[in-house]
Ligand binder design. Structure first.
Ligand SMILES: Cc1cc2nc3c(=O)[nH]c(=O)nc-3n(C[C@H](O)[C@H](O)[C@H](O)COP(=O)(O)O)c2cc1C
Length: 424
C-alpha cells in the first residue's frame, strides 16, 4: 500500500512537471497536483498500463526505451490522431492483456556460455533478415508525420528490417517499395468486390512484393471506445481531411483518400468482409504467385486450417488489441499455435511487443519472427524517420543483450526450455 502510494505521488510529481500539463498550468486550470492526479487516472484507464510511462524527450537519441516515444508522441500529435494509435476496444482488456501476459513468462538464463558473438540473423519465406523484428502494417501513417510510410520505409532500410505495408496506407505500394529498396510484404484487406482485390494484388505483384498478408481478424468494425474519448478531447475542425466532423472515418468512408484505391469506384464498396470463409484463402492462393500469410490467428484449430488451406505462414495477432475483447494476450495463444503448426510453416507473433525480452520470449515459445506496430508509430509521430530508426535500434540492442545474458548465441538456440510460466 505504502509502495503504491509513494509510486503514485512520484508519478504525479513527474506529470506535474511534464509538458503534458504545461498548457493547463498557464491557462489557469487549477491546482497542478490535482491535474497531475487526474492525468494519471486518465493514463491509467485509457491505453496501456501506467507503470511504463516513459518521459518526454527532445530528440530521438535521448530515448532510453520505446516508452519515451509513446509519451513524446502523445504530447506532439493531435489528440484524435494519438488516440487512433493508442486505442483498444471496449474496456481495452485485450490491449492490457497483450502486455501483462508477457510478464507472466520468465526467462531461464544459463551461465558461462561464450557469448562474444551473438547473432540475430534469420530467413523468413525466402527473405534474409538481420533481425527477427518486423515492422507490421499500420494504416494512415501520414496522420502521424508528413512523411508517413516513406519515413518508415527509409528507417526500415537504414536499420535493415522487413516491412509490411497496409492496404489503407497513405502512400502507394510502388513508392514505399522504392523507398525501402528491398521487397516489402503487402497486407491485404479484401473488399466486398473480388475485382478490386485482384487489382490490389496486381499492384503489389508489380511493386515486387513476394508475400501477401491476409488480415482475418477484423471482418466487421470493432468498438474502439478509447478512440472516441480521445476524439472528444480534440477541438480542431477536422472536416478538411475527414468526411465526418468527428475526426474519424471508418475504414469504409476513408478509403477514397487512400492511394491504393486511386481510380477505383468505391461508392458501394466495403472493407468489411463478414461473408468470408476459408474458401477465400483458397481463392487468394489460386489468384496470385505471391506467398500467402494469414494474419490474426490465435487458436490451434485455425492454425491447422491455415496449413490445410495452403497458407505459407501465420501471424499470431489480435491486431494489437484493436479488434476483439477476448482478454487474451497473443503470447498466451502462441504455444498452442506453434504446437499445431509443428514447424510446417513459419509463425510470426505481434501485439504488445515492447522490449527485447518480449521478442526473446516469443521466439522461445515458437515464433520465427516478431512484429511491432505502435512502438514505431510512436517513433514516427515524435521524430519521423529518426524516431522509427531509434525504436528499431533500441529493440535490436535490447534483444542482443537479453540473448547474451540468457547464454543464447543464435536464434536457433532460443527454444521453449528457455522460458517458464509464472509458478511453473
Ligand atoms: C494505428 C494502427 C493501425 C493499424 N492498421 C492496420 C492495418 O491497416 N492492417 C493490419 O493488418 N493491421 C493493422 N494494425 C495492426 C498491426 O499490424 C499489428 O498487428 C499491431 O499493431 C501489433 O500490436 P502492437 O501495436 O501492440 O505492437 C494497426 C495497428 C495500429 C496501432
Amino acid at each position: 500500500m505504502h509502495d503504491h502510494s509513494s509510486h503514485r505521488r512520484a508519478l504525479i510529481r513527474y506529470l506535474a512537471a511534464s509538458p503534458l500539463l504545461a498548457g493547463l498550468a498557464t491557462i489557469g486550470c487549477g491546482d497542478i497536483e490535482e491535474q497531475g492526479a487526474k492525468a494519471l487516472d486518465r493514463l491509467g484507464t485509457l491505453g496501456e498500463p501506467d507503470q511504463e510511462l516513459g518521459e518526454v524527450i527532445q530528440s530521438a537519441e535521448d530515448a532510453l526505451d520505446v516508452f519515451d516515444f509513446r509519451v513524446t508522441a502523445e504530447s506532439t500529435l493531435p489528440a484524435a490522431h494519438y488516440g487512433y494509435i493508442a486505442t483498444g476496444v471496449d474496456g481495452d482488456a485485450t490491449l492490457r492483456a497483450n502486455r501483462s501476459a508477457f510478464d507472466r513468462w520468465q526467462i531461464r538464463n544459463r551461465r558461462l556460455v561464450a557469448i562474444d558473438n551473438v547473432r540475430t540473423d534469420t530467413t523468413l519465406l525466402g527473405t534474409a533478415m538481420e533481425t527477427p523484428i518486423v515492422v507490421m502494417p499500420t494504416g494512415s501513417q501520414r496522420a502521424f508525420h508528413p512523411d508517413g510510410e516513406i519515413a518508415t520505409a527509409r528507417a526500415a532500410k537504414a536499420q535493415k528490417h522487413l516491412m509490411l505495408l497496409s492496404t489503407v496506407s497513405t502512400t502507394s505500394v510502388e513508392d514505399v517499395a522504392e523507398a525501402r529498396g528491398e521487397p516489402i510484404w503487402y497486407q491485404l484487406y479484401p473488399t466486398s468486390q473480388w475485382t478490386i482485390t485482384e487489382r490490389l494484388l496486381r499492384r503489389a505483384e508489380g511493386a515486387g512484393c513476394p508475400v501477401v498478408v491476409l488480415t482475418v481478424d477484423l471482418p466487421i468494425p470493432s468498438n474502439r471506445l478509447s478512440l472516441s474519448r480521445w476524439i472528444k478531447r480534440d477541438r480542431r475542425d477536422c472536416t478538411q481531411c475527414h468526411a465526418s466532423a468527428g475526426a474519424y472515418d471508418s475504414l469504409n468512408t476513408s478509403f477514397s483518400r487512400k492511394p491504393m484505391f486511386d481510380g477505383v469506384e468505391m461508392k458501394n464498396e466495403y472493407l468489411d468482409t463478414p461473408m468470408h470463409t476459408w474458401e477465400f484463402v483458397d481463392r487468394l492462393k489460386a489468384a496470385t504467385p505471391m506467398r500467402v500469410v494469414v494474419k490474426g490467428i490465435v487458436t490451434a484449430e485455425d492454425a491447422e486450417r491455415c496449413v490445410q488451406h495452403g497458407a505459407d505462414g501465420i501471424v499470431v495477432s489480435n491486431h494489437g488489441g484493436r479488434a476483439e475483447e477476448s482478454g487474451r494476450g497473443t503470447i498466451d495463444s502462441l504455444p498452442e499455435v506453434a504446437a499445431a503448426v509443428r514447424g510446417r510453416i513459419p509463425v510470426i507473433l505481434d501485439s504488445g511487443v515492447r522490449r527485447g525480452a518480449d521478442v526473446f520470449k516469443a521466439l522461445a515459445l515458437g515464433a520465427d519472427a516478431v512484429g511491432i506496430g505502435r512502438p514505431y508509430l510512436w517513433g514516427l509521430g515524435a521524430f519521423g524517420q529518426a524516431g522509427v530508426e531509434a525504436v528499431l535500434r533500441i529493440l535490436r540492442a535490447e534483444l542482443r543483450t537479453v540473448m547474451g545474458l540468457a547464454g543464447t548465441r543464435t536464434l536457433a538456440e532460443i527454444r521453449d526450455h528457455r522460458v517458464v510460466r509464472e509458478g511453473g
